[in-house]
Design a protein around this ligand. Structure first.
Ligand code: NAD
Length: 290
């Protein structure tokens, strides 16, 4: 049986790793937070002592870390994955990071004969727990075929292109989601100011062209002021920062994404960075004195 390593046991990584254990997979886990490792060990995983240790003991290493610097540290840092990487090994980075960094790390791992796939996810904690995430994969078809069945325990995967294409797809997703949530908040603020009950507006239009998964999840949150995460504003700022840095390097103009970055930063500056990104509703409440 293939040994699987799992590094990064936070909100998303923990349930994803637990789903692999539940599927009977043999797992070596590591996180800089010892309590997270202990929880997985209690669930049947083996304890890893560093990313290098995990890499030395695994055929496939999965990482689920916050952002580019954390993945760089886990791969290239002291006792990092690179020190334990070996020929034929596959590193599957499921974190949401900059595509350029995925490609840089992939080149370093290739020098050791290992291959990297980028496989960020969409869906949040609930879908991570249910094993129904959307997984966007970049890398070679041959390596994807080798890990496809393992990814299936965490969600539905799609190979979208070469290394970095998974991250690019995730950035597209994050840009569209941000703009969608803002559109819902803006429309509902307008309805309220015009004296029409926003909940009635929602029920009237949700089945039409304006209806969306964003509207279904976020509109009720806005009506109730229910902004517990979900997906935190500070993570969305991190993703939009990766979108805007990448778009600048490609000379692509993304005025809506730039605007959303400002709106999220405004909310963060007011102390709301750990609220759900649906708190764009608050931004419009303040803007229009609602
Ligand atoms: P999190 O902060 O809850 O978990 C990250 C984990 O990584 C933590 O346990 C932390 O201790 C660990 N860590 C950090 N640096 C490390 C290192 N060098 N070595 C080992 N462990 C390290 O974050 P999360 O919500 O699980 O998100 C993980 C990734 O998934 C992010 O890129 C995020 O954008 C993406 N994502 C999150 C959601 C969501 O709803 N939370 C949804 C989709 C995608």
């Amino acid at each position: 049986m293939q040994n699987i390593g799992f590094i990064g046991l936070g909100i998303m990584g923990k349930p994803m790793a637990k789903n692999l254990l539940a599927a009977g997979k043999s797992l070596v886990v590591y996180d800089i937070v010892p309590a997270a490792v202990e929880e997985l060990v209690s669930a049947g995983a083996e304890k890893g002592t560093s990313p290098r240790d995990v890499a030395e003991r695994s055929d496939i290493v999965i990482t689920m870390l916050p952002n580019s610097p954390h993945v760089k540290e886990a791969v290239c840092g002291e006792k990092g994955i690179l020190e334990g990487a070996k020929k034929g090994q596959i590193i599957v980075d499921m974190s949401s990071i900059a595509p350029l960094v995925s490609r840089e790390l992939g080149a370093l791992l290739a020098e050791k004969g290992a291959e990297m796939l980028d496989a960020p996810v969409s869906g949040g904690q609930e879908k991570a727990e249910k094993g129904t995430l959307a997984i966007m994969v970049g890398g070679s078809e041959a390596s994807y075929e080798k890990v496809k069945d393992i990814l299936a325990f965490m969600g539905k995967s799609t190979l979208v292109g070469d290394l970095g294409a998974g991250q690019t797809t995730k950035l597209v997703n994050q840009s569209i989601v941000a703009v969608n949530i803002a559109a819902v908040a803006e429309g509902m603020a307008f309805a309220k100011k015009a004296g029409v009950d926003p909940e009635k507006v929602f029920n009237a239009i949700r089945g039409g062209l304006a209806g969306s998964q964003c509207m279904e999840d976020k509109a009720p949150r806005m009506f109730e002021g229910r902004y517990n995460p979900g997906f935190r504003i500070n993570l969305h700022i991190k993703d939009l920062n990766n979108v805007l840095e990448t778009s600048r390097s490609l000379h692509v103009s993304m005025p809506l994404t730039a605007q959303l970055m400002e709106m999220f930063q405004n909310l963060a500056a007011e102390g709301h960075e750990t609220l759900d990104h649906g708190a764009l509703g608050l931004f419009y409440e303040k803007l229009n004195s609602l």
